[in-house]
Design a protein around this ligand. Structure first.
Ligand SMILES: [Zn+2]
Ligand SMILES: [Zn+2]
Length: 838
């Protein structure tokens, strides 16, 4: 028999406080949640109090999402984690700083703007194009904000910011100028990763490696000492070949080293070198060095002082350097060159080759390596410092720290921060038309767009010229979003505020952006302030679809947050996020988990109605009454729960906190205690008055505490029930403005827990027996014989009255059975043997 039906039969019969109860029978979750969200907003429940100097602050540096217009389950999980912490810390007495921003700039918006308005970026002015992008971004932000609000996140919206707003990007520009002054930025011509489709430089963090099937082709090079075979998967780069190389220990080619080879197609003579990085077992053991086929080529070009042949243009087409192949795409050039070499009998065998290739994270086009003037931040030199500081920060879970360290170690190049795009923060610099010297903007000129604005009253420091060209590039969007910790803390104006809020107490983000967000924040803030920007990094895993694959629209396993909230309400989705998996690990999205969340809410609602209706005449200010065994049992378990839950929140173990609170509520409170306490709550005899008050006392404390423990996870139902619990006793403050429960050590009582558990187990056996016989729980038992072990007999003998009252038994006989020692657990007798006469 399920307890929900029991609760409603009880509701129907008890009558007493029902009339006064304002809670409807059915929990209309969506209505209650929407009403509370509105109330919180009106009351500024989550506002950071700047004037409050008494409470310690707790600042959360939340990642500003890219405004795509969609808020998916992965985002929901992210934000749930931030919100669990924010709500818990608020109840622990912290003045919580929980801002929300939007990382607006970037190529995806440019592409959408072109599509939506059917224009080409180059057809309209920079200002006009920017205006269109801003409009589109604003619309997307509104959509995402609505989804966030429907989840009940306790964001302080008065701290909202958008990186595309002049107020914000002025700070991005200011930090650029500061870093330039301190020597952390430089402009130089170095090979960089380049996306030929997006036509821009991209950072190493933006290159995604994928598996790709290619062909390894043997090409014959003639040399002074006879011909050599070179195996290559990219014959289109042959015109950029500047040397051949072999391993110095490779005996096959000793005679060739030091002589020259002729590059087919372009007939250029190039040296034959040795280098220990050449893998003698790959292909023929001879490699061609092309500038630039890959990162090793970049290394070799530098090490052996080889010339640079710029073979590709910004769109990935072959240049004049490729002679007759100029203007062809790489794939067309590959076909043409192989065909010509075949005709010249310079192609040997070929075989399939499976390899890793780098692609653009935005558009998945294979990246090329190009050399062009760019702006860089000197991050390579900071590697040791970054690792040292990373080790000082707390990472949750601990393994995520290694992601950061491995990434920092793996970087080969400085961070390229300029992008050849439109919708981004302009680089606040002009170039002298005469001598090329750089003129950085003055602080007072910011925000500034050198693409359309001239420098104010300035002449070139080197040559005195007054003619300048604005820098045409914009910054990597990570330049905008990697100063958030400082911006939130009030940099550069509010320096007293800065000391309070910097570094951020919490840096929460997904596993996937450790190498960008966490890394860039660390590098930027170390360079600017000499301090790491965060104290603790809280990492969440990714959300997988029900099929175990990453959630993706094209897989058909994608779920919109708004869809889930509409079906099951925010508190149910939030329970999935909390309990769906361990912190830091990937979690699957399962509708069943969300459904379970809603069942729990229904259970809690019904239990709370039952409790509240029995508390109508209860006065919490009266001194504590004498408690029965089960009262002590429940309160002891409750206080152990408070301890476990506090530990779990302190350690960001949201699944532990949620599961323990739900299990206690469902089983100990509803299934056991409420069932056993009913007869006390509704007794109308005078002798029962004290016992009734003890049950009321226990239920009042328990409901109050459980709601507080659930408040970070299920903020809506917790607040709704809490205001009802306290409405006749206190000004109805939101539960979220209340203190987290303390462990009451005096109520932790191992002996009562042990005795209470024995009694509770017996009572459920009796209930099961009645239920098996299809009898009502109130059906009287004329005679009950209980056989149990020695210890249980001792305990039960002390509580015969309670057994009779609770289970409606007229006569009880308790006997001892011999302990079944030596048998494996599975063969042991049940704890109790019951025989009943009805
Ligand atoms: Zn791209
Ligand atoms: Zn000059």
């Amino acid at each position: 028999m399920n307890t929900d039906t029991k609760a409603s039969t009880l509701d129907a019969r008890k009558g007493s406080g029902e009339a006064n109860l304002r809670l409807p029978t059915r929990y209309d979750q969506l209505e209650v949640e929407a009403a509370l969200q509105k109330k919180w907003e009106e009351l500024n429940t989550y506002r950071f109090d700047r004037d409050d100097r008494a409470r310690p602050t707790y600042s959360i540096d939340t990642p500003p999402p890219y405004p795509s217009g969609e808020f998916h389950m992965g985002n929901a999980l992210n934000w749930c984690y931030f919100d669990f912490v924010a709500r818990y810390k608020r109840m622990r007495g912290f003045n919580v700083h929980f801002p929300q921003g939007w990382d607006c700039h970037g190529l995806p918006t440019e592409v959408r703007a072109e599509r939506t308005y059917n224009i080409k970026k180059r057809e309209v002015s920079v200002d006009k194009f920017r205006e269109i992008c801003v409009k589109l971004t604003t619309e997307y932000i509104e959509k995402m904000k609505m989804a966030m609000q429907s989840m009940g996140y306790s964001i302080d919206w008065s701290l909202e910011y958008r990186t595309m707003d002049p107020d914000y990007y002025k700070l991005t520009q200011l930090s650029f100028l500061e870093l330039l002054k301190r020597g952390f930025l430089y402009r130089g011509e170095h090979p960089v990763n380049w996306c030929p489709r997006c036509e821009t430089a991209i950072a190493e963090a933006e290159v995604e490696y994928i598996h790709s099937e290619g062909t390894l082709i043997d090409i014959r090079f003639s040399t002074d000492k006879g011909s050599l075979i070179v195996a290559t998967s990219r014959p289109e780069l042959i015109p950029a070949c500047v040397a051949l190389a072999v391993n110095p220990t490779d005996a096959r080619y000793v005679n060739f080293v030091g002589s020259e080879a002729v590059v087919p197609v372009v007939n250029r003579r190039v040296p034959i070198l040795t280098d220990e990085l050449v893998d003698a077992t790959f292909g023929s053991g001879v490699v061609m060095i092309c500038t630039f086929g890959d990162k090793t080529d970049v290394l070799w070009q530098h090490k052996h002082s080889l010339p640079v042949v710029k073979i590709l243009d910004s769109q990935g087409r072959l240049t004049e350097e490729a002679g007759k192949y100029a203007g062809l795409s790489t794939s067309k050039a590959r076909e043409a060159i192989v065909r010509d070499l075949k005709e010249a009998s310079q192609v040997g065998g070929s075989k399939p080759l499976s390899r890793e290739i780098g692609t653009c994270w935005r558009c998945h086009t294979p990246v090329e390596i190009l050399s062009a003037p760019q702006w860089f931040m000197r991050t390579k030199d900071m590697t040791d410092q970054i690792i040292e500081q990373t080790n000082k920060v707390t990472w949750v879970p601990d393994f995520s720290k290694n992601r950061m360290i491995d990434w920092a170690k793996s970087l080969d190049w400085d961070w390229v921060i300029s992008r050849q795009r439109s919708f981004g923060t302009p680089i606040p610099v002009w170039h002298c038309r005469q001598c090329g010297a750089i003129l950085p903007a003055e602080k007072e000129w910011l925000p500034v767009d050198p693409r359309s604005q001239s420098p104010q009253a300035a002449s070139c420091a080197s040559c005195g010229s007054h003619e300048f060209v604005g820098d045409a590039d914009v910054m990597d969007t990570w330049m905008d979003s990697s100063i958030t910790c400082a911006v939130h803390a009030g940099w550069p104006e509010k320096l007293t505020e800065f000391e309070r809020l910097f570094p951020a107490d919490l840096q929460p983000n997904g596993l996937d952006i450790i190498r960008t967000w966490d890394y860039y924040l660390m590098a930027r803030h170390l360079a600017m302030f000499g301090k790491p920007p965060y104290k603790t990094v809280l990492v969440n895993g990714m959300v997988r679809g029900a099929d175990g694959r990453m959630m993706h629209k094209s897989y058909g396993n994608y779920v919109e947050v708004t869809e889930a909230v509409k079906k099951y309400g925010a508190d149910s989705v939030r329970q999935w996020a909390a309990a769906g998996g361990s912190t830091g690990y990937d979690i699957p999205y399962r509708w069943a988990d969300v459904e379970y969340g809603r069942k729990f809410l229904t259970k809690l609602w019904n239990a709370a109605r039952l409790i509240l209706s029995s508390l109508q005449d209860y006065d919490p200010d009266l001194p504590a009454p004498e408690l029965d065994l089960l009262d002590k049992w429940l309160l002891s378990k409750l206080n152990n729960l408070v301890r476990a839950s506090t530990d779990a929140f302190e350690n960001f173990q949201f699944s532990v906190a949620t599961d323990s609170a739900r299990n206690f509520t469902w089983h100990d409170l509803c299934d056991q205690y409420l069932e056993a306490a009913k007869y006390r709550l509704y007794s109308d005899n005078r002798e029962g008055a004290e016992s009734r008050r003890a049950a009321q006392y226990t239920l009042f404390r328990t409901l109050d505490t459980v709601l507080k423990l659930l408040a970070p996870i299920c903020p809506h139902i917790a607040d709704a029930l809490y205001s009802e619990l306290w409405r006749d006793h206190l000004k109805p403050r939101s539960i979220h403005a209340n203190a987290w429960p303390q462990v009451n050590e005096q109520l932790i009582d191992d002996e009562s827990e042990k005795q209470g558990s024995t009694l509770v187990r017996l009572l459920s056996e009796i209930r099961r027996m009645k239920s098996d016989k299809r009898l009502s729980m109130k059906a009287p038992i004329k005679k009950l014989k209980i056989k149990a072990g020695e210890e249980a007999v001792k305990i039960l003998s002390r509580h015969i009255d309670a057994i009779c009252q609770i289970a409606v038994v007229q006569n009880v006989e308790i006997m001892q059975i011999k302990p079944a020692t030596g048998k494996p657990e599975s063969e042991r007798e049940p704890e109790f043997q019951l025989a009943a006469e009805f």
